[in-house]
Design a protein around this ligand. Structure first.
Ligand code: ADP
Length: 510
């Protein structure tokens, strides 16, 4: 091998090195970088390899060349990635070779493993304490009740006994949550349709979050069933929504969403709890205050709270963590201070579609019909309703049925939506009485004047006769009396779109 060949051979070393390498001159400028360095910069979203170097690189180069010593495994963060740098001085050439490794995934995995081990230990401790406490509480409560019921006891003593009993009962509820965290709570599993569970709970959740917060439900239809305990899943939802509400004291948006996820073996590398398979996800996103690194690292520990005394006891997420694990699932959290948080619960999907799960649930929650069998479609509907909670519920139900929705909170707003989307709307579903000067009927007349083929359904809390004295309203045809169950809404919308029912017979028109 001659000198030139030898030089070429040596030059190929850094070029074909699979690890990123940069060579820097004494003044800190980059004189060479290999393909791997270029790829790393691109993967991080940086323009050049030079821009991912640590901020004090110039000082490090001077130090390296001055002392002739290497600097090894120096950690620097660029765009939420952690890079480990080693600086090796080549004194003869007055350059420094910089070697980079992106260790973000490894650090994440290590942190999550440590977290899992810690949670396991805390869980065992909690289970042990809870078990003994339950026995003690049973004795306290039993004797307090006996005492309170004893005859001839002076009134102050009887009242004290009752208070002891009540306090023991409260302590018992706390213990129940601890048991939930340590996965020792008895489960009653059955196949559930997650969408249906959320839909049924939505009115209650909307009530919990109040008027300052917009509550949205984005359902992915036709989910596989999840084999789960209904009460526990409801508890997950309530806890997540309450935390999201508390993170937004000045209002914001909470989005509850469902999805299905097929995880490949490689996905589990990023989360030790994750495993390959088919999962149904429940995601709760807020636009609240977000969480810092300290809160994130203690989040699921029992009794960890940042809320004032009386507002939180720190068992909400510990309970969710335990429930998810007991269902062979796990929780993923994504949060940024000031930008909000997303909690995703992964639950194993059953082989059965959620559809067949519904009858059992329907009986459970007192539903008369099977929501999973609701009439469906993909047309576009303009929903006009001034009561926000009701409008959002109607939108959720119709979206769950597959429809595309535009919504407006008044006749006036609906006219604005119509101006932009008139060619897309197939059906107008409007409340009859609305503030703002344009009633449901006036709205429908104006829209139908422009689009005679537009289908219209009116809704009202009044009977058809009282709602529209001089307009032909027929319940179930172009009129829906409030309150109506989701299945009826879906059925009337479908039939109106299909034009299934002929014009109303005169005798039935008010
Ligand atoms: P608690 O609500 O009683 O404090 P949790 O276990 O539910 O107990 O929550 C623990 C802590 O996690 C909260 O005190 C809060 O600091 C933080 N947290 C939970 N959810 C959110 C969220 N959506 N946004 C911001 N912080 C949250």
């Amino acid at each position: 091998m001659n000198l030139e060949e030898l030089n070429q051979d040596l030059a190929s070393f850094p070029r074909s090195n699979p690890n990123p390498v940069l060579s820097l001159s004494a003044d800190g400028s980059v004189i060479y970088y290999n393909d791997a360095a270029r790829d790393l910069a691109a993967a991080i979203g940086a323009d050049t390899p030079a821009s991912i170097l640590p901020s004090d690189t110039a000082a490090l180069i001077t130090l390296c060349l001055g002392s002739g010593e290497k600097i090894m495994n120096l950690l620097a963060t660029v765009r939420r990635r952690t890079i480990s740098w080693s600086f090796i001085p080549i004194l003869e050439a007055k350059v420094v070779h910089c070697y980079a490794t992106d260790i973000t995934d490894r650090l994440n995995l290590e942190a999550q493993l440590r977290h899992s081990v810690k949670m396991e230990a805390v869980g065992q401790l909690a289970a042990g304490v809870a078990h003994d406490f339950n026995n003690i509480l049973t004795i306290i409560q039993g004797h307090a009740d006996l005492l309170a019921g004893a005859s001839g006891l002076p009134e102050p003593c009887e009242s004290s006994a009752r208070q002891i009993g009540a306090a023991a009962e409260r302590a018992g509820k706390l213990i129940k949550q601890l048991l939930m965290f340590s996965r020792k709570q008895v489960m009653q599993q059955r196949n559930l349709d997650l969408n249906e569970v959320i839909l049924n709970l939505s009115p209650m959740l909307r009530g919990l979050v109040g008027e300052q917060i917009v509550f949205r439900f984005n359902a992915t239809p036709n989910l596989p069933a999840v084999s789960a305990d209904l009460g526990m899943i409801q508890q997950i939802l309530v806890n997540l929504v309450l935390n999201a509400r508390d993170a937004m004291p000045n209002g914001g948006q909470i989005t509850v969403a469902t999805s299905r996820q097929a995880l490949e073996p490689v996905s589990s590398v990023l989360n030790p709890d994750a495993r390959p398979g088919h999962f149904v996800c429940l995601k709760v996103t807020d636009t609240g205050c977000g969480m810092d690194a300290h809160t994130l690292s203690h989040l699921f520990e029992p009794f960890f709270t940042t809320k004032e005394t009386g507002k939180g006891i720190g068992l909400g997420l510990a309970t969710i963590y335990g429930i998810a694990k007991q269902h062979q699932g796990w929780v993923v959290v994504d949060s940024q201070v000031g930008a909000g948080s997303t909690f995703t619960i992964f639950l194993p999907g059953a082989d059965t579609p959620a559809k067949s799960a519904a009858p059992a649930l329907a009986a459970d929650v007192g539903l008369s019909q099977n929501l999973a069998d609701m009439a469906r479609g993909d047309e576009t509907i303009l929903v006009v309703e001034d009561e926000p909670a009701l409008r959002e519920l109607v939108v959720d139900i119709l979206e769950l049925c597959g429809y595309r929705i535009f919504q407006a909170n008044s006749g006036v707003e609906a006219l604005g939506v119509w101006a932009l989307h008139k060619d897309e709307v197939d059906l107008l579903l409007t409340d009859m009485v609305m503030p703002g000067g344009v009633s449901g009927r006036q709205l429908a007349e104006r829209l139908q004047a422009e689009s005679p083929g537009l289908k219209v359904i009116y809704t009202s809390g009044y009977s058809p006769g009282m709602a529209g004295k001089d307009i032909a309203l027929l319940e179930g045809f172009n009129f829906l009396a409030k309150p109506y169950p989701p299945t009826r809404l879906a059925q009337v919308v479908r039939e109106c779109l299909d034009g299934k029912r002929g014009p109303a017979p005169a005798s039935q028109i008010s």
